[in-house]
Write a new protein. Sequence first.
Length: 156
Amino acid sequence: MTQQPKWLTPEEQVAWRSVVRMHEKLAGRLSRHLQQDANLSPADFAVLVDLSEAPDGRKRHVELSRCLEWEKSRMSHQISRMAQRGLVARQECREDGRGAFVVITPKGMETIKAAVPRHVEVVRDLFVDLLTPGELRQFALLANRVTEHVEGASSV
């Protein structure tokens, strides 16, 4: 016999739907700006940011997939599209012969450096400047608590 789910209370439902709606609205607006301002998709941007912050501008393919929470096939297709545009390159792993590295190219680095200033303006306009410093700290604390829980939880 299956157990009935513990349904959300009206207050819990409002909170959850507010988070979902905020995420959808922010993601949609940021996506449009990235496309218009930098000709980048959110996926392109995520990969370039991650690689630009990595030592030597490179990460193992599997590590990049894990960081972005993407399936291996999604990452492969994304990297192929970005490599065709000259934003990233694949590089063999000489140390152990297993797997490959994804490396940001000079064009990729130039592209992300050009995109970030406008992206930050949009993030500031849509999110940061709406909250007080205390609210931002509280928001980060709560978001990190949820993120740590999700990262530590087994698949549901």
